[in-house]
Design a protein around this ligand. Sequence first.
Ligand SMILES: Cc1ncc(COP(=O)(O)O)c(C=O)c1O
Length: 382
Amino acid sequence: MHLLDTVGAAKLPVTFVSGEGALLWDQGGRTTWDFYGGHAVTLLGQGHPKWVAAIAEQARTLSFVTGICDVPVRDRAAERLASFTGMDRVFFVNSGAEANEAALKIARKATGRPVIVAMEHGFHGRTMGAVGVTWHYREQHAPAHGDVRFVPFGDLDALRRALGPDVAAVIVEPVQGMAGVVVPPPGWLASVQRACHEVGALLICDEVQCGMGRMGVPLASHRSGVRPDLATVGKGVGGGFPVAALLLTEELARTCKPGEHGTTFGGGPMAMAAVEATLKIMEEERLLEKAAALGARMHELLAVPGVVEVRGAGAWAGIVLDRPAKAVAAELLTRGFLVGTSSDPRVLRLAPPAVAPVYAVDLLADALRDVLAVPVRTEVAA
Ligand SMILES: Cc1ncc(COP(=O)(O)O)c(C=O)c1O
């Protein structure tokens, strides 16, 4: 009764009390396959024993100290994350939005320019700066935005028109998540980076949802051969522990002076133990390959009548339906499958843990076939 309701009608009619791998149990002991991964977070699944052990051990030995002293586990986590992503420097924070705030601040300061170019239907978080470059919700907070230009995602000509000597950076999700797992045309991201550099602007890749192995590669920008000037990761980076990071090239890192930015909890020992354990487990258990295998099977959902397109790769899929997705998601939940929706009313968003067995996709396919066998009743308004 005391919690502020920020969910409203979107609240799911289920209360989960435990989980293991890709399975969740509710209060009545009923099992649900998790095809949503807690908003695309848990690539490792629930309660991975090595992840649990690393956090418990860290809590016992050193739970928290100020970020202005060295903590060996922070160095180790940064080294692993830099090597996994191919970036030079790491700044740990607590959420994806906070990582994006840092990226926007640094880009403006480094270039001395005011304007950020962002994408229509892009999502970057709910804090003031992040919501200012987010297509939905920004109108609620308009006065605090600063100078932002929006262009259609995937449209290089429109982007070139928006770029100029006043632009500090372009912020982009290499594959848009909330929009419904929207993949841009091949080569587009590399062209965006070239266009940015031609006018002295920076490229910020928001990899909070599409990165950290979700697509079967460390960063989604790697699929386009792009190494961004700044990248942000969150969600999966701590395997479910609240932690995120800003990743920078050495050149950009040199523009950051001590005292210009900071955080109390960012880089705390327990979060760092979670990051280190997550990256170790991803390597030891070949989770990128497992994610890719899961993705290949999820693409077979195209064979289900009523599915018109399957987008994405790895443990991440946008399932485009011939009808509203919310009602389908609700039906799937009653059959024991938790799936996500998106800001596109026809798209189901699947983000299962990479540890989910491939046969779970076949079970989902059967349930989806059942649900979609009922004729479409409501047309989505164009
Ligand atoms: C692409 C992207 N960026 C940023 C965020 C914000 O992350 P957080 O909710 O951790 O602040 C999200 C969250 O869904 C996201 O999908």
